[in-house]
Design a protein around this ligand. Sequence first.
Ligand code: SF4
Ligand code: MG
Length: 284
Amino acid sequence: MATFKDFRNNVKPNWCPGCGDFSVQAAIQRAAASAGLTPENLAVVSGIGCSGRISGYINSYGFHGIHGRSLPIAQGVKMANRELTVIASGGDGDGFAIGMGHTIHAIRRNIDVTYIVMDNQIYGLTKGQTSPRSDMGFKTKSTPGGSIESALNVMEMALSAGGTFVAQSFSTDLKELTSIIEQGIAHKGFSLINVFSPCVTFNKVNTYDWFKENITKLSTIEGYDPSDRGMAMNTLMKHNGLVTGLIYQNKEKPSYEQLVDGFKDEALASQPLELKKDKFDQLV
Ligand code: SF4
Ligand code: MG
């Protein structure tokens, strides 16, 4: 049985001291161990950004892709080898700006991939520009007069797109974050986990203290039911998206690959390549 130490390698992260991404790395390693995985069963795919380095810091299969493209790669890996547990990862700029087209379609497609976004509400790697998750009025080098765009409420977006596992956590809450990632791995379908992961170097507004003051944990809301989509949406709207925990889970909808496998005997288009080749050979 592997422990979280088996998911460590000897690469020293070059994140700034205090960066929230350290805890996300630790939580993935712990969740992988408690889910009973071994490094050979796990693939971590990442995009570009400070958080994108995470695939190199975990002892597993890894793929550091290009900007906004962790999801096409992760979905390809999963479809090619259904035995692997696949984690896609990246930042808010990576997943919710350039990569948003992939994010929204991966949500509705429901392939069994766990997508962990390290959301610091800024572009960190390029030294501090406004991201789709930055609040109105947020001042950076790219918005010196304050952002005049409103922040994307990504959890509401995921619910609207038909997400079957929608969750949020905070990087200092290692216990909750580990549990959420473990539940995301166990979920049969696409899991979106948005993690508030402060950038201590460039975001001086959305700090650890700011999140502690503004976050409501769903576990403290009496009667909260994560199988109730309407309740999930109302709660997000009431708290301006600043909640942590399992927001919504739909255990009934089959994953994409379950549906593909179910259609194998029915439709030529979904039959294995070898079979299609046989049919093709008969024709020529
Ligand atoms: Fe983390 Fe920000 Fe430093 Fe990047 S710049 S490593 S996001 S603290
Ligand atoms: Mg970011």
